[in-house]
Design a protein around this ligand. Sequence first.
Ligand code: KE4
Length: 432
Amino acid sequence: MVNTTIKTTKSQEVFAAAQNLMPGGVSSPVRAFKSVGGQPIVFDRVKGAYIWDVDGNQYIDYVGTWGPAICGHAHPEVISALHEALEKGTSFGAPSVLENVLAEMVIAAVPSIEMVRFVNSGTEACMAVLRLMRAFTNREKVIKFEGCYHGHADMFLVKAGSGVATLGLPDSPGVPKSATISTLTAPYNDLEAVKALFEENPDQISGVILEPVVGNAGFITPDAGFLEGLRELTHEYGALLVFDEVMTGFRIAYGGAQEKFGIKPDLTTMGKVIGGGLPVGAYGGRRDIMSMIAPAGPVYQAGTLSGNPLAMTAGIKTLELLQKPGSYEYLERITKRLADGLLKAAQETGHAVCGGNISAMFGLFFTSGPVHNYEDAKKSDTAKFGRFHRGMLERGVYLAPSQFEAGFTSLAHTEEDIDQTIAIARDVLSSL
Ligand code: KE4
């Protein structure tokens, strides 16, 4: 194990106090480092590709607050736009020009989106889109994939894996069976399993929702033909195809995974990047479907802070920065350099690994793979991942604290950051 070279006294004090105040001392479970062991560091500030903790230690950041920081943390142009917006108020609870601006940008960017509704999180977007799928098709059941995450709404918290789970069993106490009985699951990349579900549930399935590139079971890419196959199956069975692009949106490409892979879903959910670090989620798609949303139509969905001027401002500025020519070529180049370097370092130090990147999203499994679905991903050596994570953290590299998450780069990461990360990884891996 790499020697502990960083002092984390203050982090430990703050986190100890937090445990008495908030469940697990965190505002979201993954932040507690439960699956990688040890204590989380407490952030003091972030800038560009870097984090500083409350003990003054600096880290190269590959979480980017779980995706939003794709232009780098606290980008000066985002910050100054927010300062300007602040002077005009923090929330209106009424129409604003800014909502029109961001809506036009999203509609112009994402191939399948003709209309969009803003909400405050990816969870809200996924909740609303399921209600809309059911209303539009007048069918109740939905297919999701094992290992995919669509926020913490009851109907998506379904135990992954095995036939029993196909009808959906609550994954968390407090989730009534009634909420998940209509949630069907299939292994990712398994078109036959999806077809079987449609055959077994004739005219009952409203649609299929998936992460077009999985980031919540580790990094898992769609097999050739998988997305096209889902598009054909949903057309064939009169169901909707929904891409949950909360993570992939504006990250895999400016138009998301649907632009990258050339597939047009009927509905799309978004979040993270479109808020530029402030709370924004969104869902959108075909005009004939979105027009069912209140007050244009009967499907209810609402939110006090939806479309607030600060969040819209941060989102607008972030997308403007991403529109700069060469942004995605740069993200692909540095992220491929990182993924290839990490894999090479791991292989050369004797570890079974697989993984890769698509644009600014990457992942590494401690298993020889290949990883096509969540069952494959669960074969990873998660204990080794925990030791790797800790070793990297102690050497100033901040990775997502779970084998079942993805990594994120930003326009602020330099080739020097990447090469330094690879060198540190080689050192840590050789000591595992
Ligand atoms: P939020 O409610 O966390 O904004 O979004 C839920 C969500 C929906 N769909 C996808 C594909 C997502 O990745 C997410 C949220 N992602 C996690 C990271 N794996 C957020 C981090 C966390 O839960 O703390």
